[in-house]
Structures are given as C-alpha cells and as structure tokens.
Design a protein. Structure first.
Lengths: 219, 283
C-alpha cells in the first residue's frame, strides 16, 4: 500500500499528460468540425457530421485497437513516414483520444453556436463590425462560455477514458495499478487506491470548471 | 416476513448450497491464450496441452472437473477469490509466486527464449544454446553480458505478470526498456509490426506462432531456464489452512501430486507433450 502510492502518483502524471494533450488537440479538432457542421455546403457539413457520427457511435476501446493494432498490421502503412508517430503507443493513444473527444466537442460547440441569440450578432452588425470580427470576437467566446458545463463533463469522461491507454502498454494510472497487482496479487487495495486518485482528479476538474463558469458568467 | 425477504433468503440459501456442492467437483482455471500450453479453437472451446492434461488428471483423481477461462493478469487473484480451485495455465513454479500460492509438483518444463523478426541486427548472437540461471556458470554469465550489450536501448516486449517480465526487470541483463502486454498474442502482433525490437516468452510460444501465422519470427540467443524462470510448470493452488476450505485445498493438492505421478508413470504426460509441443516437455 505504502510502496504502491508513489508509483501510482507518478503514473497519475502520465494520465494527466495524456489527458491534457488529447484535450488540446481535441478542442482544436472540435472547433474546426463545429464550424464545418455549420457550413451551408452540404458536402462539407455531411462530412463533418459523418466524422462525429462515427467517433461517437463506436467504443473508444475499439478506436484505440484499430489505430494501434489495426494500422500496425498494414505493411504499406509501416513504410510511410506516418509510422514514426504510429509506432509509439503514446501517440496512438493521444490520436485516438483526440479524435474521440474532438467528435464530442464538435457537437457541444455546434449546439452552443446554434443557441447564440441572433440579437447579439445583429447588434454587432448594426455597429458596423465585420462578419469575421463578429465570429472571432463574439460568436466563438460566447459559444465557448455556453458550452462550459457540457465541456466539463466531457473532460471528466475523457479523463476516465484515458484508462484505456493501459491496453496499449502505456503505464498510466490504470496500467501502473495493473502492473502492481501482477506482482502483489492484491487487486482490491491497489485498484481502490487508483480509483481514489481518479476521483480526486475529477474533483479538481469539476471545481476548475465551476470556477470558470462563475468567472465568465453573463450576470 | 414479507415476500421479498423470502425471495432474497431463498436466493442466498441456494447460492450457499451451490458453493457447497463442490465435494468432488473442482474447477480449474486456464488462460486459453498461450498456445500450445492452452488456447481456444475457432468455436471458442478451450484446447491445448493443459486442457487435455487436466481432463486426464481429473479422470485419475476421479473428480468431476470444469475448466474455466481467466485472463492471465487476474489468474492468481481469481484463485485466491475461489473463482476456481486450481490453475493450469503454463504457470511456472517460482519463489515469488510461492509467497502467495502453492504449487503441485511440476508436470512439464519449458525454456524461455528471445525472438526477433528475421533480418534483425540481434540475429547471430554468440551465446551457448541454453543457459541455466539457478547457479549460473561462467558460460552463462558471459552469455548474460552478451545479451545485456545486445538489448541496450532496445524495446523488449513481454506478457505482463510473467517470469519473463520478472527476469527482464531483475537487472540480470541491465536496465532494459520493457513493454508489457495483456496477452502473448499482442506481443506477437507488435513484434511483427516492428514496435518491439525483441520479445521474450516461452520458446514454444514463438515457434508455435511462427508456424501458424507464417511470419518470419526467429529465436535468438540462448534458451533460459532456472533462476527467475522457475522450476517447471505446476498446478497452482491456494495454500491450505485449518478451516474446511483450507483442508479441502490441502487434500486437493495431495490428489494432484498423486495424479501427476500416475500420469507420468503411465506416459500420459509425455504423450500429450509430444502431441502439442513436438518434443517431450514432461517432467
């Protein structure tokens, strides 16, 4: 118990790194695809819808396995420059996580864009502000603020999802817990400890989002 | 007493009964993913050396046996939680495991070996054919040094919670970059994909895979036995105790030891070993 705590804590840092990188890439992907979803061109918005439909409609574990074990089986793929990235379990996990959270984020942001009151945009136009500026300075900030509560949930879901990284040899919190159990044969104690650390991370994320919601509230 | 309480009590009582009907019925856990020791056929039925051996041993002991599947990384915890009474899963008898569980006498022995893809720079390592690590002689020590130099900076893949992982983490071959997998299948996949420079497992696990998949996986360096690799493969069981279940466990251990003696004398173990391994791995 006492000896496994430091190991688990340093593995929790790996989990947080996986989470933050996935969220950074995922947010960029999500924002891009939310904008594509709102595009009037049917080909573009169908494409964006298809991406979100596929990644929200299949289990994250399957996505990781396809990206990690699946792509690795294709000999041609291994001869391309992409293999430098896909060879590493760490990057495979981040790619899978980012694509997955990106799909959910795009939906969250899309609905936030759609709920922006037309009055706000009209007010901007009546002041002679260009469409581009309205989009960057009004629509995006308002949409992000609107989606904070839902996005907070997504961060917590993604944090729990990172435990799947352990299936592709990464020593994240779950991976380290499994490793310790494989030598101590004490699953109850070790997994309870790991669960406690996950719970604490949820607590931190939850409070951070609450703080941001308050800080950027409209009132 | 209301009806719900009655239902709950009936269910609990029947669960207790089920738990107690094991007088002569035993359950054996295996992994079903480590051919040729144990694996599954296309229909999902358990097959392999240990599955057949378990049936033979049960026939000799006159026990009714059920063989169940359990993931490798939960094997010993599941035994301790009494999900089954015995492990027959290519599990080597090691001092490390004997702290937690006990073993019958060994029924078969395997050597471990490193494997690479054909064309790897690790091919042609200058070492003896096999080294024993229980009390390594000068040849074995020299071989370990050669391996240590060869493995430096390489990614070595192995299944989690195995003697092979213990060996790689023991420091005998220096500090190597070990990557662990849930199953041997996944180790094989990543060896072929090139994510692993080299892998360590039972030699037969690689030769069996190479033969069935047609991939050019080849063994390199010496075969390993003894030391961290344990003293053969035996039936893993709970350490007996003074309570009812403990006494039953202790008796079952005696039964297994006797049955293994009989099976060995009658040549059953050798016959099954030759059938599945292609050589006599019995002990």
């Amino acid at each position: 118990m006492a000896t496994s705590l430091p190991k688990l804590l340093s593995a929790a840092v790996v989990t947080l790194k996986l989470l933050s990188l996935s969220l950074i890439f995922g947010l960029a992907i999500g924002l891009l695809f939310a904008i594509l979803r709102l595009n009037k061109n049917p080909i573009i918005n169908k494409f964006a819808y298809g991406y979100s439909y596929i990644f929200r409609g299949t289990p994250l574990l399957v996505q990781i396995f396809i990206i990690y074990f699946g792509l690795g089986q294709i000999e041609y793929f291994r001869s391309t420059f992409l293999w430098v990235v896909f060879k590493e379990p760490y990057w495979c996990a981040i790619i899978a996580f980012a694509l997955n959270t990106g799909a959910y984020t795009s939906e969250i942001l899309r609905s936030a864009f759609q709920t922006i009151k037309p009055g706000i945009i009209e007010a901007g136009k009546s002041l002679g502000i260009s469409n581009k500026i309205i989009f960057y300075k009004i629509q995006i900030p308002v949409a992000i603020r609107q989606s904070l509560p839902a996005y907070g949930n997504e961060i917590i879901l993604m944090m729990k999802g990172t435990s799947l990284a352990s299936t592709v040899t990464i020593m994240d919190l779950t991976g380290a817990a499994k490793h310790i159990v494989s030598t101590t044969y004490k699953p109850l104690e070790v997994f309870l400890l790991a669960g406690g650390i996950y719970l604490f991370m949820t607590f931190l994320i939850h409070n951070l989002i609450k703080y941001l919601e308050k800080k950027y509230s409209f009132q | 007493m209301n009806i719900f309480k009655k239902i709950i009590l009936t269910v609990l009582a029947s669960l207790l009964l089920i738990g107690n009907v094991y007088a002569d019925k035993i359950t054996i856990g295996t992994e079903g993913a480590y051919p040729p020791w144990n694996s599954k056929d296309a229909s999902g039925a358990l097959i392999g050396f240990e599955v057949e051996l378990a049936k033979e041993l049960c026939a000799i002991m006159n026990h009714e046996c059920t063989i169940v599947e359990q993931d490798w990384d939960g094997m010993i915890p599941a035994l301790l939680m009494r999900k089954f009474d015995a492990i027959m899963a290519g599990m080597s008898i090691t001092a490390e495991r004997q702290k937690t569980i006990t073993f019958s006498q060994g029924y078969a022995d395997e050597v471990a070996a490193l494997a690479v893809m054909k064309g790897s720079s690790l091919e042609g390592m200058d070492t003896p054919a096999g080294i024993g690590l229980s009390s390594p002689n000068s040849d074995a020590k020299k071989a370990l040094k050669t391996i240590k130099a060869a493995l430096a900076g390489k990614t070595v893949c192995t299944q989690t919670g195995t003697i092979h992982q213990n060996f790689l983490e023991s420091g005998d071959v220096g500090k190597v970059n070990v990557r662990t997998y849930k199953t041997q299948d996944e180790v094989n996949l990543d060896l072929v994909a090139g994510r692993c420079d080299v892998a360590l497992a039972a030699a037969v696990a690689f030769t069996d895979y190479a033969e069935k998949s047609g991939k050019s996986v080849v063994l390199v360096g010496p075969t390993f036995s003894g030391g961290a690799f344990g003293n053969g493969v035996g039936v893993g069981m709970r350490q007996g105790g003074s309570d009812t279940i403990g006494k039953r466990d202790a008796k079952l251990l005696k039964d297994f030891n006797k049955a293994i003696n009989t099976a060995r004398k009658e040549g059953i173990i050798s016959k099954l070993a030759i059938k599945h391994f292609g050589f006599d791995a019995s002990m």
